[in-house]
Design a protein around this ligand. Structure first.
Ligand SMILES: [Cu+2]
Length: 154
């Protein structure tokens, strides 16, 4: 499992297992279990999922997403109304309180990769950067799983 640690005061990106790793600074945010699905061509948006944990003492605010895979990456919230109709709402800033984990998963919060710049091909990966309000960034390498994948382990 690859993990990404965001550290205070610098745009530090690190990819490593958690255990036995020495960090120059205390990690404040960890991104885990990132995954996405292969796309059919480029006409429909892709989606990416992950969990974001705040290990720090202060609330972290996620304000944006960046990737060269999509010209308009956004965080969306899926919902199903009483009529069974599913909708997606673009979310503004995402606040993550200390010790809180935000899960981006199918049917819930997700990164919507709108206006793909290339097809999402199973077995490949792409870099996705989370931008926080203090200017810190965390970049995660997102594996592209099969078109019917339901999570990072299947
Ligand atoms: Cu969406």
């Amino acid at each position: 499992m690859n993990s990404i640690l965001k550290t205070l005061g610098a745009s530090v990106v690190a990819i490593a297992g958690l255990a036995g790793t020495a960090w120059a600074e205390e990690p404040t945010v960890i991104v885990e279990d990132a995954w996405s699905r292969a796309s059919i061509g480029m006409n429909r948006p892709g989606a990416a999922y992950m969990t974001i944990r705040n290990l720090g003492a202060e609330t972290e605010t996620l304000v944006g997403i960046r990737t060269d895979l999509a010209m308009m990456p956004e965080i969306h919230l899926s919902a199903t109304n009483e009529q069974g109709v599913s909708t997606m709402t673009p979310m503004g800033d995402i606040e993550i309180a200390p010790d809180e984990t935000v899960a981006l998963e199918p049917g819930e919060l997700h990164v919507m990769l709108m206006r793909l710049s290339r097809p999402m091909i199973e077995g490949e990966t792409f870099a996705l950067t989370l931008v926080f309000v203090d200017g810190d960034e965390a970049t995660v390498e997102v594996p592209i799983l099969g078109i019917a994948a339901r999570g990072p382990t299947n």
